[in-house]
Design a protein around this ligand. Structure first.
Ligand SMILES: *Cc1c(COP(=O)(O)O)cnc(C)c1O
Length: 407
């Protein structure tokens, strides 16, 4: 029975890889360090895991850090450790210091020059913890920090305070207490497994957690907040993992692509596998200065996502977290970008721009104002081309007409 199931998912994996990844595709071979790594190895997540890049010196050897910079980064990496998967590193352009993928994963001195008035936890998550690792901010949903490990540590992570640090609410031993709390709170209908990354947990532990959550009748949906599809897609290409996701649904996958170059043939294959075991894939991009804070990049990113069958969900304004100030941009910039999306790319490709308020205030959406004036019974709107329209407020629609152009 078990063997038959594994074979079925094995076939699904092979079919998706064959269908979505071109035969000669091997971009990692550009790197001398990986020029003779065969596809079979490269596409084995265990190989990727064994070869995680964990030091500035490793990045230097790959040509992703200049030696003089690498030497000065100790002050950064002592505070905020380095973890980069070979797969994610292979998407970087070693010749471009401003490469958008490199900037997300390679440490930078700016991280320790961050003003100390910035809090490591501006969202006040620590105070909203009801049991270690379980954040209960909205009545009907909870967020569980199921792991403090990731396949790549994002330099812009808003939970950089917990990454890879033993002893902080990680932890497998806390999972039972969290499940207990959820069982005792029938108002909780939606459980978000986050971290860290829940998909770097051993499959058996994830299975145990999902099984426990599924045994709670009031838990309707489970979300996996994971960057694995971006940084270690081959983790999904594991028959045992797909079997678990298939079995314990409804499960939604919430991931974080921030740049169109992160969307690769490996992404296509991964998303197709997830869809085929009943897991929809949504994206929560983060607005990052110098990486994706312009209209062109955002259009390309969101078009690439829907082409890969990923539904854009949120565009997050970056939180004011200590160690990440250099990634932040202004709210007006964010609104300009949203204006540049609506009407210009498919509606299904448009995320909701959100700001997470401090101290557990929660997320609020921010929208460019398309309503430019409010009159008695009539509102005036502008569209994406700057044309003006009067629109009757009441059911009979009196006063609805086209007006002209705003510029
Ligand atoms: C973002 C978040 C959620 C989920 O919010 P949605 O708007 O439902 O996606 C839940 N709990 C916490 C603590 C969060 O930060």
């Amino acid at each position: 029975m078990r063997v038959a199931r594994q074979t079925r998912y094995g076939q699904l994996i092979r079919r998706c890889l064959r269908r979505w990844i071109p035969a000669g595709h091997a971009p990692w071979r550009r790197f001398p360090a990986w020029s003779d790594v065969p596809r079979r190895r490269w596409y084995d997540w265990r190989w990727q895991w064994r070869h995680l890049i964990r030091t500035a010196a490793d990045l230097e050897r790959l040509g992703l850090l200049r030696p003089d910079v690498a030497e000065r980064l100790r002050s950064v990496t002592d505070t905020y450790p380095v973890v980069v998967s070979p797969y994610y590193a292979s998407l970087m352009d070693p010749d471009d210091p401003a490469d958008p993928i490199r900037r997300q994963a390679v440490p930078d001195l700016e991280e320790v020059t961050s003003p100390t008035r910035l809090s490591p936890d501006p969202l006040g998550e620590g105070r909203l913890e009801v049991v270690p690792g379980l954040i209960h901010r909205y009545a009907d949903r909870v967020l569980l920090i199921a792991s403090n490990m990731c396949s790549t540590f994002c330099r812009h992570c808003f939970r950089k305070r917990i990454l890879g640090r033993p002893g902080v609410a990680t932890a497998v031993r806390h999972l039972d207490a969290a499940v207990d709390y959820i069982r005792r709170h029938p108002e909780v209908r939606d459980v978000i497994l986050s971290g860290g990354d829940p998909l770097v947990l051993p499959t058996s532990i994830l299975a145990r957690l999902l099984r426990a959550l599924r045994s709670i009748p009031h838990v309707e949906i489970i979300r996996l907040g994971t960057r694995v599809p971006v940084t270690l897609p081959m983790r999904v290409w594991d028959p045992a993992l797909l079997a678990v996701l298939d079995r314990y649904g409804p499960i939604w996958c919430l991931t974080q692509f921030n740049h169109p170059r992160e969307v690769t043939p490996e992404t296509d294959a991964t998303v197709q596998m997830l869809l085929r075991v009943g897991v929809p894939v949504l994206n929560q991009a983060v607005l990052l200065r110098g990486i994706n804070d312009d209209v062109e990049t955002q259009r390309a990113l969101h078009r690439a996502l829907v082409r890969a069958c990923i539904k854009p969900y949120y565009l997050h304004h970056a939180d004011p977290v200590r160690g990440t100030h250099h990634f932040r941009t202004s709210l007006t910039r964010g609104l300009e970008i949203m204006e540049g999306l609506r009407g210009h790319i498919s509606g299904i490709a448009i995320p909701t721009y959100v700001v997470d308020l401090p101290d557990g205030g929660g997320k609020v959406p921010l929208l460019p104002d398309y309503r430019v004036a409010v009159g008695p019974g009539v509102w005036v709107f502008r569209n994406h081309r700057g044309e003006l329209f009067a629109y009757g407020v009441e059911p009979m629609g009196d006063g609805t007409q086209r007006l002209g152009t705003s510029e």
